[in-house]
Design a protein around this ligand. Sequence first.
Ligand code: PLP
Length: 397
Amino acid sequence: MTISRDDWDELGFDTLAVRAGQVRTSEGEQSEPIFPTSSFAFTSAAQAAARFGGEEPGNIYSRFTNPTVRTFEQRLAALEGGESCVATSSGMAAILATCMGLLRAGDHIVSSRSVFGTTFVLFNNFMAKFGVETSYVSLTDYEAWEKAIRPETKLLFLETPSNPLTEVADIRRLAELAHSKGCLLVVDNCFCTPALQRPLALGADIIIHSATKYIDGQGRAVGGAVVGDSELVGNQIYSFLRSAGPTMSTFNAWIFLKGLETLKLRMRAHSENALVLAQWLEQQPGVARVHYPGLASHPQHELATTQQSGYGGILSFELEGGREQAWKVIDATRVISITANLGDTKSTITHPATTTHGRLTPEERRDTGITDGLVRISVGLEDVADLQLDLARGLGV
Ligand SMILES: *Cc1c(COP(=O)(O)O)cnc(C)c1O
């Protein structure tokens, strides 16, 4: 026996993380199988006609549905507390599918200014080309969000905590604002994952994931997902995906669904390591400021404590010595990897001003707080003492 959807309400997060969505085949396999097949065979011409006509449920072709992908989708839906989930080929494909599924020319997006760099590019260079305009506001300026909403606004879009400054937005408050204006709230939940934050329960309508990050958690595969209700996600966004094709590969779905099984354990360990490292960094000479929601000095520390069940694995800090000192600290590392990816078991370090945020003008960087001395770390699962030693070398302590 495997658990069914009807059981979800009665089961806890940890049970759903390892059990939800599994459908055992007649082989009785204990671990979920991979179904590497592009199409599915029918028992008769009549069955093929019934499947194509939508009268009989079932698989037709893996651009539409695939059993391994479905197991991942079901499991993530269960963990986020959503009716529907669709898996995509990347986190960006999840954002694209959401826009293409829900918007039309003339519609408007209000987005946090502190979103993933490529999300910016997607909105400004591509959605704009098809007549969807985007306005940007400070993540934590609620008046600015309200002012930016127009009659044609359809989506409010944000990430919380933000990258790389870890600002935290009040999801409940922005969900209320969105709904009072007839808009939907879209939350990119990549940094916390459902293990630490469940935005749907706080009123958000749509969840975006880059599964590439913590859901995989081991830096192996690129993928994404959208979670929400059965009409918006299960119908409108899914309809775009099955026609346009940025669906998740079967093999990647298997990696991600196994990743979900250890997600909470990993997120707790990432959070513990990050808090110790953030507190240590605050004590080091030459470090002007540390950004981490778990620190009492963080401006939204209290909100993060009530909204999240952990503070996550991402922190950033500002060095008094500017870019030169930032590069020195980065170049002195031997354990931590110099790469912009995040959410890996291996810690990563990056200089946002010259990499992920290098496309912004100096003024835009100043407005968004990306100083030349800012360094971001995605804290992995190594011994924190080793990470401290690795950073101490460059800090000269
Ligand atoms: C990485 C990332 C994305 C994009 O995901 P890909 O899987 O790289 O396409 C979107 N949002 C956030 C917050 C991310 O960190």
